[in-house]
Design a protein around this ligand. Structure first.
Ligand SMILES: [Zn+2]
Length: 139
């Protein structure tokens, strides 16, 4: 039977570190999905079973894709849990599908200057919403 793992400690450590980072990212996504499921569940409790949904473009201030939960302006920080505490991990546009939703424990929106400072200091730019490009920092 084919054993995909190398025998030496050095490469096993690299693989273990990679897997642990992958798992941490999955944890972030799981947390995000848990929050989204909770939000939808809350909305469902108050949903009108016979209601007609108005067209999205008629709902003031909504992005076409996301609906009322999305703020249109500013930037959001995705945090990563570490043993030393939460650290800024990815900068998103506030209207990015992958941005954490604003809230007391999730994310606060930041302005252009703060977003630039985080990006300059090595916090990643989201590959979906490209805050670095939108802030003219990609060159
Ligand atoms: Zn993003």
């Amino acid at each position: 039977m084919f054993d995909p793992l190398p025998p030496d400690e050095e490469r096993l450590q690299v693989i273990k570190g990679f897997l642990e980072r992958q798992r941490a990212e999955v944890d972030i996504i799981r947390t995000y999905l848990d929050i989204q499921i909770g939000l939808v569940g809350e909305r469902l409790k108050h949903a009108d079973p016979a209601g007609d949904a108005p067209p999205l473009e008629k709902q003031r201030g909504l992005s076409s894709r996301e609906g009322a939960v999305l703020p249109a302006e500013g930037w959001a920080i995705e945090w990563r849990r570490t043993p030393e505490g939460a650290v800024p991990y990815v900068v998103h546009a506030a209207d990015c599908f992958f941005a954490p939703r604003p809230g007391p424990k999730r994310a606060r929106l930041i302005d252009d200057q703060n977003a630039r400072e985080l990006l300059v200091n090595g916090v990643k730019a989201c590959h979906q919403c490209n805050p670095d490009v939108r802030l003219d920092m990609d060159g």
